[in-house]
Design a protein around this ligand. Sequence first.
Ligand code: ITT
Length: 181
Amino acid sequence: MAIRFVTGNDGKAREAQSYLEGITTVEQVPYDYTEIQSDSLEAIAIRGAEEAFAELEGGGPILVGDTGLFVDALGGFPGPYSAYVEDTVGVERLWRLVESEDDRRARFKTVLGFTDGDRTETFEGTLAGTIVSPRGDGGFGYDPIFEFNGQTLAEMDVEEKNAISHRGRALAAFTAWYADQ
Ligand code: ITT
């Protein structure tokens, strides 16, 4: 049965398909699950996957992804609230908040939540880097202010970013597990 990847972003579904090629098919499902208020991406992803599985017709397995940017000097902010902060404060002003700090380390974390109705599992991927003044036109979200190995994620092409990204690492962990089932 195809895996239903719950996301509004078809690029993410295509990325998941490229990992799962030859193992299963990935179908994009644009369902807006409730994001519970929690410090834990795992808890949000588990609840999201279980809600989507219960609400959507069909019965095939569900995969959801939840990502956060965790800035060390800000106690992990914006973390699970990254989408809300991007929409309200914006990426440029997050850089301004970090600019005066000596320690500009941050990490992206993606948690994938999977359920097939019997089992619910989570898989994580992280990417450690540094917050910098915005550079680059590619990518999306916080990519222009997140530097890894001298380049911001917005300065990389999609393949280059996907090969090292938090989401890529989470997808690799999920794929290894799923292929074994
Ligand atoms: P879905 O429809 O897939 O749920 P979303 O944007 O609501 O998309 P995410 O959990 O993927 O949910 O993202 C949370 C926030 O983190 C949001 O502000 C994104 O723009 C940002 N983000 C996610 N992945 C990112 C990446 O690879 N690079 C930069 N920013 C990212």
